[in-house]
Design a protein around this ligand. Structure first.
Ligand code: PLP
Length: 363
């Protein structure tokens, strides 16, 4: 996913106060011109605008978030619809996970209703100013492989503080920006990393900032060796597949079973993961959430893919483990992976009927 940090002008910010024990939110409109005028600006002026929109001078620099990673976040998308509208994919699920993440960090949790409202309203207000991608019929030709969307990033920032501590009066901010999804050219190969992302009794199940240091290091190391992703094994036995740096893992086995690692305290409960499980079961596929040994993947796997808001369903056609490379499906994306990817994208962009009521209309 191509992220350029040129966030849209309208964001949302809410603050919790222990006295009286409630949240107070506001929408902020940062400096902007029209999107057409901004597109014509020289590079340095674009940068200056982007910096101005990412500047919150009344928020503390030294905090439990900036010092210790005491924070959590969400990532979700609003997608241009075939009929010209904009709709968000399952924001209620992100609201619930954000609530759980905050509770897991002993923060006062942000109410789910307020989360969905803020997310919808941020997208709507930016769209009203012209900040939104337009639907393009050309996207249908490659099943939305290179389609644009609005990426929405809700996150927590703690109050100021320097001692190691939980946050008692956090802020919640919701920002948005356009992203284009793209498949990087070349072989989608993954490396089994020997780093450890999550440990039993740790924070692997929470979408907390603190988890992403190891993920970023492992992904960087994999990229240096030419891999698009790294895949983590479990910490205790170093034997079972867990997930990617920011995506869940699926294995379509030779037996016809679709297997994905079972949730627990070391796996992030992906919303794309849950959606794919549902879509596969609808097709009569046997889906199991269980422990999957890396050896089983390498000997019994027919297709592998990773799932996440950013990746959608991303095929992995090669896995390298302990210096040995295993190729799946002759090095090409498999039929099952393509079907999952196309179905998910089709529903998201309104090209297939939303029979599950997953899409929340913004405009
Ligand atoms: C966000 C994330 C995922 C994917 O979750 P989605 O809700 O599908 O976007 C998977 N693993 C990790 C570690 C993540 O941070």
């Amino acid at each position: 996913m191509a992220f350029n940090l040129n966030s849209y002008p309208v964001s949302y910010r809410s603050r919790y106060r222990a006295e009286p024990g409630s949240w107070t939110g506001e929408y902020l409109e940062k400096p902007h011109k029209t999107p057409e005028e901004e597109a014509r600006l020289p590079e340095d002026e674009v940068r200056a605008l982007a910096d101005a929109r990412n500047f919150y001078p009344d928020m503390p620099l030294i905090s439990y978030t900036s010092q210790y990673g005491m924070s959590c976040f969400e990532g979700l998308k609003a997608l241009p619809q075939k009929d010209g509208g904009l709709a968000i994919f399952r924001p209620d699920r992100n609201a619930a996970r954000f609530f759980n993440s905050m509770q897991g960090l002993y923060m006062p949790p942000f109410p789910e209703g307020a989360f969905v409202e803020a997310v919808v309203e941020v997208v709507r207000r930016n769209a009203a100013l012209g900040f939104r991608p337009a639907y393009r019929a050309a996207w249908e030709k490659d099943a939305f492989l290179n389609a644009d969307s609005v990426y929405i990033r809700p996150f927590v920032l703690s109050e100021g503080g320097i001692g190691v501590s939980i946050s008692r009066e956090p802020w919640v901010v919701v920002a948005a920006t356009t992203v284009s999804s793209y498949f990087s050219p070349g072989t989608p190969a993954a490396l089994i990393t020997d780093r450890i992302r999550a440990t039993p009794k740790g924070t692997g199940w929470i979408k907390t900032a603190a988890n992403y240091v190891v993920s970023a290091l492992a992904k960087h190391e994999a990229a240096e060796q030419g891999f698009v992703e790294c895949i983590f094994l479990d910490a205790a036995e170093r034997k079972y597949v867990e997930e990617g740096s920011s995506c869940n893992a699926f294995f379509y086995l030779k037996s016809g079973e679709l297997a994905t690692p079972e949730l627990g305290d070391t796996i992030l409960p992906g919303i794309t993961r849950a959606s794919i499980i549902e879509l596969a079961r609808d097709r009569g596929v046997t889906v199991s959430e269980r422990k999957i040994a890396i050896d089983e993947v390498l000997s019994e796997g027919r297709e592998c893919f990773l799932s996440g808001t950013a990746a959608g369903a991303m095929p992995i056609t090669e896995i390298s483990y302990q210096g040995r490379k295993t190729v799946f499906n002759g090095g090409k994306e498999g039929e099952f992976t393509a079907e999952m990817r196309n179905t998910l994208k089709g529903i998201q962009y309104g090209a297939l009927p939303d029979t599950k009521g997953w899409m929340v209309r913004v405009v």
